[in-house]
Design a protein around this ligand. Sequence first.
Ligand code: ADP
Ligand code: MG
Length: 706
Amino acid sequence: MQRRTRSGLETVDQDSARFMTDSTHTPFRWTEPVAHLDGVGPKRAELLKRLGVESAGDLLYHFPRDYQDRSTVTPIAEAWQGERVTVYAAITSIRSQRLRNRKSMAVATLEDGSGAMGATWFGRGFLARALKPGQQGFFTGTVGNYKGPVLQNPEYEITDEEDGALHGGRVVPIYSLTDGVTQRMLRQWIRAALDRLLDALPDPLPEAVRAEHGWPGLREPFEHVHFPADVETGRRASERFAYEELFVLQLGLLKARQERAQSEDGITHRTDGPHLARLQSRLPFALTNAQARARDDILADMAAPRPMARLIQGDVGCGKTVVALHAVAAAVDSGCQAAVMAPTEVLAEQHFHTLHAALTPLGIPVGLLTGSSPAPKQTRSDLATGLVKVVVGTQALMQDATAFARLGLVIVDEQHRFGVMQRAALAGKGRHADLLHMTATPIPRSLVLTLYGSMDLTVIDEMPPGRLPVKTRRIPPEKEADLMGYLRNQAEAGFQTYYICPLIEESEAMDLTPVTRRYDELRAGPLAGVATALLHGRMAPDEKDAVLRQFREGAVKILFSTSVIEVGIDVPQATTMVIEDAAQFGMTQLHQLRGRVGRGMEQSYCFLLGTPRTEQGEARLRTLCATADGFAIAEADLEMRGPGEFQGARQAGISELKAADLLRDTRLLDWARRDAAALLAADPALNAPEHALLARDAARYSELAL
Ligand code: ADP
Ligand code: MG
């Protein structure tokens, strides 16, 4: 057995050695266990599982997360101060040096044929043990000065010259790693997999799709994505894989949707019943056109034998609740129960209040079930016997102990906060129950198509008439006294204010304003005599209830709170929102908070306090002042934070995307969705033999879909 590299293969174990003897030219099957590849073996194959790699083919789909341009190696003698360079050099000495505050630094000397220079790693003294004199490799960093020229905190890769063709002297791929697997190992294994798999690569993309986009085969893009001649080539090649990923995803989602649309095992609700009629005749206002459209979509879904799975998306204050009420009334008219699930107790209680007020006059009993609602046993038993027709609650609804006599409609509010599995658990409580999802979070389109790609979508893009957009202003510290005067005047005029702080209590870890302190300070000082109250998540449920009730009824003028207020609270007389340390909140969160005001006919204001500590924080507040458009804000937010931040994204498989980037690849996503729909139209069950691979991959996503 010949050793081709130093560190990569020197610890080859017996098992993998067996495969090395004659393996170099035998072609591999795509599904060949990765352990059979030179230098991998069972132990490392086990490690690779953590990267989602089990077969040789999987390995090729482990795409670089970045590239590093090592095409130019600079001789040490020509490495100038301030330049970023890659040198190929040997370590001639290395030691650790203690620094102040218990930190340490590794200091090395590097030499190549042309000269010597230092290398320093601040705070990483342990490297003096990890690296050894005599080792050589690539060191990439900026040339600074520490008793002479040094590479500062260089990225390094120890490698002998022999495999320099793979690891240096070129653009090299940088992969996501896991313990025990190095960049070099991955490069070698992927190189080997490419060499031996190429001729047998099964391309999951159908011929027609490939032809249309000009992607002849897999060989070139795989070669280019892993070992590109230049960075640009690598990025272009990754497009094809991003598309493939999105195509398979959309295929899975659309297939699930198609199957649902064709199935007949849903509940056929009646939509001409007495409760629905009475609800409609009692409405104090006319629905907006957008609300009416949403109502019609929902009632048509409910009346059809297929199970409903519809997402209603509409900015805060557009009036989703009244639309949902129509669905509830139709379910009750059909002899079914309806469950409304909210992400927080405060929101569940708010919904309970609204539903209770609207449905009790119709003679429909409504229950509340949260972690702290009274008499949960009684509520559960009333649900099981069917006595309670409508229940509002939190996750408590999904516990095994909750059973329904006949659950026919599940409404999930703000549902991106729930994971897909949670939603599925509630849906499972009613066989084939209709599902209605409502979100006020303006999820960008690319995420909707991915997170909810199997659902039908109705957007409520219209506000009830007479609403004035909320005006948003920054308040510098010297203007805070004026603000207090304003709040006092507003209170005297009968208008109400939310006063939001980022924390409940003082915290050593965070230098932020706690609401308890502000509440005490302001009502003892500038706001003395004004009817104020405090509401936060650590209060007892009945205390919270009482405070909310007083605020709703107008007895309390200024409500001090935290972001528990963020979702769903609906008090039309509240016209002012004050947010302290505003930059501490996320942008969509600020938009939600702001959405608590501007619900009546009066001009409302949102005042943002505090000086942002970061450029990003500054940018968030600027965007918020500039626009009231929730979608624009969500797009900007996504751009700043990335899609992983959206809760539920992981379960929905978004974080699994290896090549695609939902922000960057919106054009590819549109193509993928269109092409997937066309393919399904031609081969609805994906039965054609040439679609077998696709069918298998897409099924993974169908399972995730609702
Ligand atoms: P959302 O849940 O979409 O944020 P809500 O359902 O809480 O909004 O409605 C916001 C407010 O607007 C409520 O006070 C509601 O009564 C009122 N409203 C809803 N639809 C209309 C309408 N068509 N005309 C006038 N007011 C409406
Ligand atoms: Mg709402």
